[in-house]
Design a protein around this ligand. Structure first.
Ligand SMILES: Nc1ncnc2c1ncn2[C@@H]1O[C@H](COP(=O)(O)OP(=O)(O)OP(=O)(O)O)[C@@H](O)[C@H]1O
Length: 234
């Protein structure tokens, strides 16, 4: 199995007044290509901090983040911008769709920064629209779609750039429980079919169980890792 993410002794400390907050403290793990991993914990446990360090959105205080055999800690902001563009897709809690663009244009949007021709952008966006089963809503702008449909567009948009890793921070935080399950099933399916690696942050243990492995985090430390793959005999 190919290792896509490895972290070694990863820590993020914040100084607040005279106090040092250990948002993340000496964390070690690795993730294989094609895994769907959930990071679960209560508010303030360090989930978003971990996601931000893995995605190269923030530098660690100490330790190593190795993505696809390359160290990303210690890189300049400019280098991180191109690292993210080439390797990473994001799915957000509040969807972050462009209100004036329709469904297919929203999906195509990230490709406009990558020198892809308009014809090719639309072709790839249409493929993603089919993947998330929203072809009938191609021309709908975000306000003409439900929350669940908007997040399916969010999933398609994250995939259109063909990233190695997709990060999702509370992707169903704004959705009802039934729609949340549908989005989890969609993410599980597209990750499997497209052999993508997905790292999702959630405070919801039930939704976390859709993942192959669940990392439980408390006070900035990983306290246990539940592996569902073993149960299935894989
Ligand atoms: N910029 C910052 N300055 C100081 N402390 C911070 C900063 N960012 C996060 N923290 C602290 O680090 C700890 C972990 O925060 P983090 O945002 O990672 O938690 P979380 O598990 O994602 O929480 P939530 O579910 O509420 O988003 C918390 O104690 C938080 O107060």
């Amino acid at each position: 199995m190919e290792e896509i993410i490895k972290v070694k002794n990863l820590s993020k400390l914040y100084k607040v007044g005279d106090e040092i907050v250990k948002a993340l403290y000496e964390v070690n793990f690795s993730i294989e290509k094609g895994e769907f991993c959930a990071i679960v914990g209560t508010s303030g446990s360090g989930k978003s901090t971990l996601l931000n360090l893995l995605a190269g959105l923030e530098p660690p205080t100490k330790g190593e983040v190795i993505i696809n055999k390359e160290h990303i800690e210690g890189r300049t902001e400019e280098e991180l911008v191109s690292f993210r563009r080439e390797n990473v897709g994001f799915i957000f809690q509040s969807f972050h769709l462009m209100s004036t663009l329709n469904a297919v244009e929203n999906i195509a949007f990230p490709l406009s920064f990558m020198g892809v021709s308009k014809k090719e952008r639309m072709k790839r966006a249409e493929e993603m629209l089919r993947l998330v089963k929203l072809t009938k809503h191609e021309k709908h702008i975000p306000t003409q779609m439900s929350g669940g449909q908007q997040q399916r567009i969010g999933v398609a948009r994250a995939l259109v750039v063909n990233p190695k890793i997709i990060f999702a921070d509370e992707p169903t935080g704004n959705l009802d429980s039934q729609t949340s399950k549908e989005i989890m099933e969609l993410m599980q399916r597209v990750v499997r079919e497209n052999k993508k690696t997905l790292i999702m942050v959630t405070h919801d243990e039930e939704l976390a169980n859709y993942a192959d492995r669940v990392f439980h985090i408390r006070d900035g430390r990983i306290i246990k890792i539940i592996d569902h793959r073993r149960k299935e005999g894989n």
